[in-house]
Design a protein around this ligand. Sequence first.
Ligand code: ATP
Ligand code: MG
Length: 307
Amino acid sequence: MIDFRDVTVSYPLPDGTVRKVYENLTLSIKQGEMAYVIGPSGSGKSTLMRMIYMDLKPDKGVVRVGEYRSDTITPKEIPYLRRTLGVVFQDFQLLPDRSVYENVAFALYATGKGGAAVKNRVMQVLGRVGLQHKWKRFPHEISGGEQQRVTIARAIANEPWILLADEPTGNLDPRVADEIQKLLISLHRQGMTLLMSTHDYRLVKKFPARTLALMKGQIVDVDAKTIGDVAKKGKGGRTVPAVTRSSAPTPAPRSVPTPRPMPPAAPSPGAPTTPKPTPGPAPDPTPPTLSRPANGHEEQETRKSTS
Ligand SMILES: Nc1ncnc2c1ncn2[C@@H]1O[C@H](COP(=O)(O)OP(=O)(O)OP(=O)(O)O)[C@@H](O)[C@H]1O
Ligand SMILES: [Mg+2]
């Protein structure tokens, strides 16, 4: 279970003031549940995710994620908490100089696994995302949708019970976004708790699930069918959120978000503040150096694609 109790969180600003993002937020997400988080740019979607992987602690209140609590977790325990989570970002955050295989294997090496166990697991999760045949490719040799599949494979490699997806389809066209969404939903149906932030109301309506809307430092459950009815298209194709629910006023749309650049070699702001390069929430403070996997994958060192 993910549980926020009376959580207040703010960011300090350079001028000495603070930007309060949530105030007395209370929210529960059950194990095995799927929920969307929607809200205007700057409303706190990524902040919510950061509090779940405990990259950011509340000023007040408690966040509980499974057996871990934000007020009692020790720095040593944080890597263990993060092994229970998989995180997928909008901008993929793959290691550009590593193959698909190595990008996924990295998550396993970081938790101390090695040898045949790594090879078997990498190929298994690549199979789950439909990319087994592209294990030798490099990120620049596959499409954006395929890159996002790799990040999903990496996120689920250590069998987390929660998958956090922060705008996972934000850089994808609608057809590919649908495919990624179906993949995420299939993982959820196999038992994973899925929390996904999105600006894409079309997706929320097409694949309805519990929908949490961020409003003025609070989160409310809304009816997925009613969202976006008065939404306008913003720059870059993003929808300016407009949420309706029976007992609340429609929030005023905030400024139109600026589209983010495509996947970087460098991590984007808001990513976990652990040593880089580290895919997803860094499993360990000092991940082991990537080594070439044994058992027949030596040929992956070549950049020549054979698939
Ligand atoms: N490190 C930071 N320092 C100061 N303010 C921050 C920091 N990170 C986020 N904020 C501010 O906190 C608020 C919430 O940011 P957050 O990134 O959670 O929004 P978001 O809903 O994820 O937005 P987007 O849809 O653009 O990704 C914003 O006003 C943002 O400017
Ligand atoms: Mg965000």
